[in-house]
Design a protein around this ligand. Structure first.
Ligand SMILES: [Zn+2]
Length: 406
């Protein structure tokens, strides 16, 4: 399919004759979406609504066709839970007065199958219960997830003039931070036939590519063709693969509709869910590298027809195990060794109080061995508040035993 790639370059060179001239606006889009004027794009608030209007205007500018229920917009009602430990839900009516929206644009290549590119655009406003900061400040969410929206806009700009064997659907999801509400709603009320969605790529936090070019890809087990496609097109990334199609972002909603999914992620950082997740820390060259890589993957998959879907191992657990305690640490999602590596420690939580440090690798909690993230979460679900346990961590290749109280 190298013809397709060549055609992209031709289009980029000679696109004056086309209706849309490709222009790299990655930086422009991230900067605008993470501006204070959107007040952290909190679901149901005016800032989220204004951000949706901006995305709609960019979809129009690129030349996408509207594929929402009100032109590009697909609004939905939701209600907050009265229980602080459970999350918001989609609502049948508008009795709580809370409305969020997906923004949906389409490239019609007159094909039977459609590829979905998705990213959420909402964030935490002035800091809701998912904030890791005690400050009431605007959480601009430049990485989470202005970066993902910028990528799907860039992909749309590149794919608009290309003839391909799939149609392309671009969805900016609302209310992800409250529990994947927008993507959930779309899968309940899809605006294209779900049966003919070929695969879905999700971009959530792709703006912080590091010097080692570490890129995490989730969902690699959801279609038999993904692994070889990911590897054979990779020139510059150090890729960490995760097979499961379920995770804490919008691809999960599509996976549960039996659609092959991949989620791209440049990794956790200490500004995660804090007011300091700002524009200045975004790696724009990295965003461009990822966008170009995605074009190669899409090109390679173009002549493969409808991809086979495969359920991944954790299909029965449906969601992560429920737990009532927390260590107060941020896992390093790029770590693929044995144990759970810590990328950050929240202040005033059990881990910090006991003396656990960033960089420690948790290998045992109480009598339970920690093999990976999943066994870490399973183990946490066995404890309740007030329990005292010993946590074994690897620090500078030595085992340290640390006593903590949940
Ligand atoms: Zn996110």
């Amino acid at each position: 399919m190298k013809l397709f790639i060549k055609f992209i370059f031709l289009t980029l060179l000679f696109s004056c004759s086309e209706n849309y001239v490709y222009e790299n606006k990655l930086e422009f889009d991230v900067k605008n979406l993470s501006d204070d004027k959107y007040e952290g794009r909190e679901a149901g608030k005016n800032g989220e609504k204004e951000a949706a209007k901006y995305i709609e205007s960019r979809f129009k500018e690129i030349g996408l066709l509207p594929k929402g229920t009100e032109e590009f917009i697909q609004p939905f009602n939701f209600k907050n839970s009265s229980n602080p430990h459970s999350r918001a839900t989609i609502a049948e009516d508008n009795s709580d007065g809370l409305i969020s929206s997906n923004v949906i644009g389409f490239i019609d290549n007159k094909s039977e199958t459609t590829v979905v590119f998705g990213a959420h655009y909402d964030h935490l406003g002035f800091g809701n219960s998912s904030s890791l900061s005690s400050e009431k400040e605007i959480h601009n969410g430049a990485d989470d997830n202005a970066s993902g929206i910028a990528i799907i806009l860039d992909l749309a700009s590149k794919l608009i003039n290309i003839d391909a064997s799939n149609n392309y659907l671009f969805i900016a999801f609302g209310a992800e931070e409250l529990g994947l509400l927008g993507s959930n709603y779309f899968n309940k009320y899809p605006t294209v036939d779900l049966e003919f969605i070929n695969y879905m790529f999700n971009f959530d936090m792709v703006g912080r590519l590091n010097d080692q070019n570490n890129l995490a890809i989730y969902g690699t087990g959801t279609s038999p063709i993904f692994k070889q496609t990911i590897l054979s097109n990779n020139k510059e990334f150090k890729i960490t693969e995760h097979e499961s199609g379920q995770g804490p972002s919008d691809h999960t909603s599509f996976y549960l509709s039996d659609i092959p999914v991949l989620h791209f992620f440049t990794g956790q950082h200490s500004e995660y869910h804090k007011p300091t997740d700002d524009f200045e820390l975004i790696n724009f060259e990295g965003l461009e590298k990822i966008s170009n890589y995605i074009i190669e993957l899409v090109d390679d998959l173009d002549d493969n027809g409808k991809l086979k879907f495969k359920k991944t191992r954790d299909e029965n657990s449906r969601m992560s195990p429920k737990f009532s305690v927390t260590l107060g640490v941020m896992p390093d999602y790029l770590f693929d060794g044995k144990g759970m590596k810590i990328d950050g420690v929240s202040s005033d939580k059990p881990a910090e109080k006991g003396g656990i440090l960033k960089g420690d690798i948790v290998i045992q909690i109480d009598k339970y061995d920690i093999e990976n993230m999943m066994s870490y979460m399973e183990t946490l679900s066995k404890f309740k508040k007030g329990d005292k346990v010993t946590v074994s961590v690897l620090r500078n290749s030595k085992i340290e035993k640390i006593n903590i109280e949940f």
